[in-house]
Design a protein around this ligand. Structure first.
Ligand code: SF4
Length: 358
């Protein structure tokens, strides 16, 4: 643990570094903006935090801009058509976040009069807002002295203290160490500064220690081994799940379907297919609900396999392709419009493998 003098110096150094070199992000209110009386919009900050989880800021930014243009307030988002929200989210992945985003907007509209609650503990009760997001919104928007810990912060703290305990077991230890450093003054700027430090200076493979405002306090720098931290448990092999999808073409049209509301990719538009299981389906046609509407098809043929990696498993999808003159019910769309359809990446891979436009 650091002395109170060191902790004070660390806070001052980090805030001074942030004032001079912190990132400018589209949703961020920089210290010089705050000085001009600009305050962060909790709705815009919440959107940015949910969207940038599990993805990069350059990837999330156009989505954030699109959502804010279409739904300028949380009430506009709550009043929107759910299908439109899901379609606008397509490509950002982790679709449960989009469902929770929509639910959360409706709760803020109905129970809070369209105004986000202003404390970490109240924010935590909203769907899709976990400890990290609640701490971040409360600090950035309401200057509550919370303890913001994301992957970047974990890396910085593990190096400052040379934490030997491996992740994920070390999470609580890292959180406690971060809490002891967190600044009660300028809480929002401090949290953003620490995240910036991890994202731009204390990077995973080549930390720029010479440019670091915490260099003199860093145990790993002194020991010359920053990249040995954070320690990590060996990765478990990811399980594999198997399924089949059907590319059913009628002239210039293709059959799509909406996935069930719950579960992975819930509520999104996809290709008809089987469930995803630990073994490949023995009879994909019998196992796919959409195929029950079909009379005998003229030789649907296997047309390759695609792989897609989700957080907790790898998916292998066999592709079956058939052309037909039959006309069962379903969501038929023109093949030429496929690039405009909000189809998640796993299905886009199957479409591309079958030579169709995405
Ligand atoms: S001195 Fe180097 S390892 Fe330590 S916190 Fe700074 S960038 Fe990271």
């Amino acid at each position: 643990m650091k002395s109170s003098t060191d902790i004070r110096k660390m806070r001052d150094n980090l805030l001074a570094w942030y004032d001079a070199q912190g990132r400018t992000l589209p949703w961020r209110v920089r210290p010089e903006d705050r000085a001009r009386g600009i305050t962060p919009d909790p709705y815009a900050i919440w959107l940015s935090e949910i969207m940038s989880q599990q993805t990069t800021i350059p990837h999330a930014t156009p989505y954030w801009e699109k959502f804010l243009a279409e739904f300028p307030t949380v009430i506009d988002l709550a009043n929107a058509d759910r299908e439109q929200v899901m379609a606008m989210w397509a490509g950002l992945g982790y679709y449960a976040r989009a469902r929770n985003l929509y639910k959360c907007a409706q709760i803020v509209r109905d129970e809070f009069g369209g105004v986000f609650p202003q404390s970490e503990s109240e924010l935590l009760k909203l769907p899709g807002i976990g400890p990290y997001t609640a701490a971040t919104i409360a600090a950035i928007c309401f200057d509550e002295a919370t303890n913001i810990v994301d992957g970047n912060v974990e890396r910085v703290i593990s190096r400052i203290f040379r934490v030997q305990n491996p992740l994920p077991k070390a999470k609580n230890e890292l959180r406690d160490l971060a809490r002891a450093l967190a600044s009660p003054k300028r809480a929002g700027d401090y949290g953003q500064a620490l995240m910036d430090l991890g994202a731009t200076v204390c990077t995973p493979t080549s930390p720029k220690c010479k440019a670091c405002p915490w260099q003199t306090f860093c145990a790993a720098f002194k020991a010359g081994d920053p990249t040995d931290f954070p320690k990590k448990m060996p990765k478990k092999k990811q399980p594999i799940r198997y399924g089949a999808v059907f590319i059913l073409l009628r002239g210039e049209e293709i059959l799509l379907e909406r996935r069930p509301d719950t579960g992975l990719l819930g509520g999104m538009t996809g290709l008809p297919g089987t469930e995803w299981a630990s073994k490949p389906p023995k009879d994909p046609f019998a196992a796919a609900p959409a195929m029950r509407n079909w009379e005998k098809l003229d030789g649907p043929e296997k047309d390759g396999r695609v792989k897609h990696v989700f957080t907790h498993f790898e998916l292998r999808l066999d592709i079956y392709r058939a052309e037909t003159a039959q006309k069962p019910d379903g969501h038929w769309v023109a093949v030429a419009t496929l690039p405009d359809q909000a189809v998640p990446t796993a299905y886009k891979k199957a479409l591309r493998a079958a030579g169709l436009p995405t």
